[in-house]
Design a protein around this ligand. Structure first.
Ligand code: UTP
Length: 304
């Protein structure tokens, strides 16, 4: 059932970036995976940019053990700026200043990384009782896409919680949360009936995976407070959303926007490499030479 929304517009975003990044060790031993560079800026800068472009102006980053690098990146460094200015490196100066001018960023430690649900719960006091977006700091959505804006519109019209879904090969579904959905007549979003975290492929209700964008009703906090450890012994956001999906009335219900564009999980090595190559090959400064080289490289692979 679609509800009348009497709440605030969405203006806050939470960016969890406190995971251990074990799939990317040893690079992530002393650096959060969200700080690994994609071409020439850390992955999380693309995510912050996406939130700002969607009109969100209050961003809370949930940080882990190496929070310093993250905070420093979005801070001003006057000595560096002076040096770049004095040596006439205007483009670099602009790039450096851009990262610190992106918006109002706040930081909060997760403490113990007990799972994504636990990281989101840390945002309770900062967010208060209003709907908010969650953007995973290692999940990149192509900048030409309007996924987050579309999800915010669905949240504002339903008053419920909205997840982003993407079709994946059935055998890959066990790496994700998975959604059982039904059509909403006359709408381009779907109703989520059931969610299950990391199901076995043969037990998965669909091949629709939950990807790293959410627009959540604040009642999720009350649910997370009593959500126990689930898959991988972590407090799973998916488990809390499954409870909301089963609720009627104010605060209940989950809808899904099915995303068909380009997305990269930069916490996964192969996806990270693809992100670098794709983004660099489309950049004006690097693209022409890189594409030429890629064609030659691919020819070499064929003959090999
Ligand atoms: P992942 O499951 O991809 O992160 O979480 P991870 O645990 O760091 O990954 P691996 O398997 O060890 O490589 C998705 C997002 O949730 C954040 C992560 O930083 C990432 O942005 N997260 C995860 C937290 O903030 N806290 C946690 O306790 C877990």
């Amino acid at each position: 059932m679609t509800q009348e929304n009497t709440q605030h517009p969405v203006r806050k975003a939470v960016l969890p970036a406190a995971g251990l990044g074990t799939r990317f060790l040893p690079a992530t031993k002393a650096t959060p995976k969200e700080m690994l560079p994609v071409v020439d800026r850390p992955a999380i800068q693309y995510v912050v940019q996406e939130a700002v472009d969607a009109g969100l102006d209050d961003l809370l980053v949930i940080t882990g053990r190496s929070k310093r690098a993250l905070e420093d990146h979005f801070d001003r460094i006057p000595s560096l700026e002076d040096q770049l200015e004095a040596s006439g490196k205007d483009k670099l100066l602009e790039a450096v200043q851009h990262a610190s001018d992106l918006g109002d960023l706040h930081y909060l430690r997760q403490g113990d990384p007990k799972g994504l649900g636990h990281a989101v719960l840390r945002a309770k006091t900062h967010v208060g009782h209003e709907p908010f977006a969650v953007l995973l700091g290692d999940d990149l959505i192509d900048e030409k896409e309007t996924l987050l804006e579309d999800m915010i519109k669905v949240q504002e019209s339903t008053g419920a919680t909205v997840v982003a879904l993407m079709e994946v090969p059935q055998e890959a579904i066990s790496a994700y949360g998975c959604a059982d959905v039904s059509v909403v007549e006359g709408q381009d979003y779907v109703k989520v009936n059931r969610l299950v975290e990391k199901p076995k492929p043969e037990e998965a209700p669909s091949n629709l995976a939950i990807i790293g964008r959410y627009v959540l009703h604040p009642d999720v906090f009350e649910v997370l407070e009593h959500t126990g450890p689930g898959a991988g012994d972590e407090i799973q956001l998916t488990d809390a959303l499954q409870e909301l999906a089963g609720r009627d009335g104010e605060g209940g219900g989950v809808y899904g926007v099915v995303f068909r564009g380009r997305r990269y999980d930069t916490g996964d090595k192969l996806s990270y490499l693809k992100a670098n190559i794709t983004i660099a090959s489309e950049r004006e400064d690097l693209g022409p030479e890189l594409r030429e080289w890629l064609v030659e490289f691919a020819k070499g692979l064929e003959t090999a």
